[in-house]
Structures are given as C-alpha cells and as structure tokens.
Write a protein that binds this ligand. Sequence first.
Ligand code: LLP
Length: 429
Amino acid sequence: MVILHSQFAIRNSPFLMFPFYYQDNQLFCEQVALADVVAAVGTPVYVYSETELVARARAYVTAVSQAPIPSLACYAVKANGNVHLLRLLGQAGLGVDVTSGGELFLAQQAGISASKTIFSGVGKTAAEIEMALRAGIRALHVESEMELTAVSAIAAKLQTKARIGIRVNPNISAETHPYISTGQHSHKFGVPWARAQAMFAAAAQHDWLEPVGIAAHIGSQIRDVEPFRQAAVFLTEVADELKVQGIALRYVDVGGGLGIDYTGEGAPEIGAWITAVSEPVQAAGYELVLEPGRSIVGSAGALLMQVVYTKDQGKKQFVIVDAGMNDLLRPTLYKAYHPILPLQPSNALTHNVDIVGPICESGDWLAQERPLPPQQPGDVLAILQAGAYGFAMGSNYNGRLRPAELLISGNQYRLIRQRQQYNHLLDGM
Ligand code: LLP
C-alpha cells in the first residue's frame, strides 16, 4: 500500500523536537549527526541526550525542592541502570528507588547516598534485605507480612533498626497495558489497607522496626493524572488514620508511573503530575516521595539500527534490521508503538512495512505496518522514546551481543557502555 501523505508525516513528526531533529537532511541528537555516531561505533547502539536527561531530572528536583515540606524524587533504576546515567541523575539531585541487590549495587557505584535510596519489590531475599540494612538506606518498602517478619529478624540479627514503609495496594485502576498496571487487588503488589494497618501496628511495637512511610505504585505509562491524585488522597487518608492510632509516618510515597508520549497524543507535564499528587500529601503535613523512571529517561534515548535486508513476502513487506526483540522488547511484549525515523529521510513515496529483527521468533518485530520510504541495506533507522525499559530489558537471546550505549552532550559524545564481544558470551563459564 502506498501512503502519499506519510513522507510529510516523517518530516513533520511531532517527535522532531530537541534533542532529536533533522538538519541538512540528517537526523541529529543535540549537535551530533547520528550518522557520525554510526560510522564510529556501528549499530545497534543506544544513544542518550545528556541535556534532555538532566533537564527532566531537574524538572523533578526543582518541583520537589519548592515544596513546603522537604520532598524527594527517587529515580526508578529499573528504567535504565547504566551507571553513568545514574551518576548524572544523582548529581542532578535525585535519589533512587531500587528493586534488587544489583540495582542497589549500581546506585552505590554511582555515588547515590543511602539516605536517598529506597528499596521496593515483592520478593526481596534475605541477602538483599541484609545488604540494604547494612548500607543504611532510607527505607525498605515491605510488600507482605512474611517480608515484614524477614526484615524484623534480619534487623534484630544485625542489631540495626530497620526503617520501613509498607506498600499498600489502593485498588485503583488506571488505563495502561495490563502487564504494567499494578494497583488493583488482582495484582501481586502491595497489601490491602486492612492488612497493612495491622502490619504497621506490629512494626510500631517491634524493637527493630521503625515505620516511616507508606507507598503505592498504581502502574506505569499512565497518561492521566487523576488516578495518581486518587492514590495520593487515599494514601494520605490512611496515613492520617495511623496518626490517630499513634503511628506518625514521615512520608507518603505515591510511586512512579507518569507516562510519556509514544504516539503523538501527548502526555502530562511533570509539573502537572507533581502538583496533582503533592497537594493532598502536603496539605496533611507529610513529606512527598516520588519514584519516576520512564518520564526521566524515556525521551532522552534512541536505538539506532541498520537495515540488513528487505524482503517481499507478498502480503507483507519486511525490513530486516540488525536490532531485535533482545535489544528492545517493548513492541512485542506490550504491542508498544515507538516512533521510528530514518537517519536520512528521502522524498520517495512511503510503503507500509514490518520492521523485524534477526531472531528466530515471529514475535521479533519492532514496528508493524509502518509507513517508510524504500529502505536499502545499510540505511539507518532510529527508534525514539527508547531510553526507558530499552537496554534495561535486553538480553543475549539467540547469542546476540548486547549493544553499545553512548552519551551525547552538545557536539560531543562518549561511549558509556561498550558493545559486547563474543567472549562476553562465555562470562562465568
Ligand atoms: N516504582 C515502582 C515500585 C515500580 O514498580 C515502577 C515501575 C516504578 C516506580 C517506575 O515507574 P515509571 O515511572 O517508570 O512508569 N517494562 C515496562 C514498565 C514496567 C514498570 C515496572 N515498574 C515498560 O516497558 O513499559
């Protein structure tokens, strides 16, 4: 099928704004022509704009620092755990929300202070709990009665008072993909309020536990602020109930989940989100904690990939590229749409193609029925909005080497992760 208007659509894509834009018929990131990056380091490669990343981090830090009660934005490391990016985010003033011993290790390596580190997750092991307590992190966010027992036993063994929050499941639904919606009772996350209340009471009585916060996280890639506001109101109300019982918490953590714009339909501003969630929390006198991931790093990153072959299968036209589902899992796992732009747009008519990788699965696709001008081997395409849950969800499936990562700042770029080589496939063997 030929779509006449889509060449116009490519050149007028709503995603062509800083840091990614065309100049002299070339796609740039900041002041670097991406073709130069590809010539230097090859493909597939993730590129990140330092200016965009830091601006989004600062948007959070500035908003929370203007709060009447000291507040903290903790970057959710799971979105992208590259230690160089973590260091920049820490320097910009963010804390971290970690979800494993590995992420805690990365945050420590990036110099993020323990006092700005929280640990979330339903399945923390004894070794991870001990690591966090020894590091003296700000709080462990507990998600079950059994975990509370484990934390108290380890804290007693270490003779260390464990600061804890409890993640409550607010039973609020929000529109997103079912795999990344987390705030309802059918999900494994958090505990219903009635049980959390009993856990708080037990923790407050315990010699080695100190309840300091209450948390929720209703899901990810949510583009409406209303469910977040409802969660903030709910958490504040239940924190007030605890206060009446003599348990005074310091903070209310409304989680992360603010969506970004993958499709051109828009997404709320960081400031609007913070205003919505902070009002109820601060009016009641609690410190606000946030756990944003995607909305900090998503728009800063792109995955560059090269066309290897094209293939006409009659009903479908395929563009086979050198990146696959092992490099960017989101399209096939969530049917996620990412904008894709050619590095050098042409004026040729566009055709709808499926952009697929080399992996031996029919699910190995990056875009379906996407209008593109004719592609030749060696042409390079950029997948935008790929900074969050891109590299982080990658793997070595099919013996594929994990891609390089590169940080761009102004007219400079530097490698922040080398492309794997074949001998990395023997690591630990
Ligand atoms: N806090 C907790 C407890 C979380 O579980 C998450 C994300 C976040 C914060 C950060 O949420 P964000 O601000 O990034 O939405 N792989 C999926 C996203 C999974 C999100 C898991 N939890 C994707 O690619 O869309």
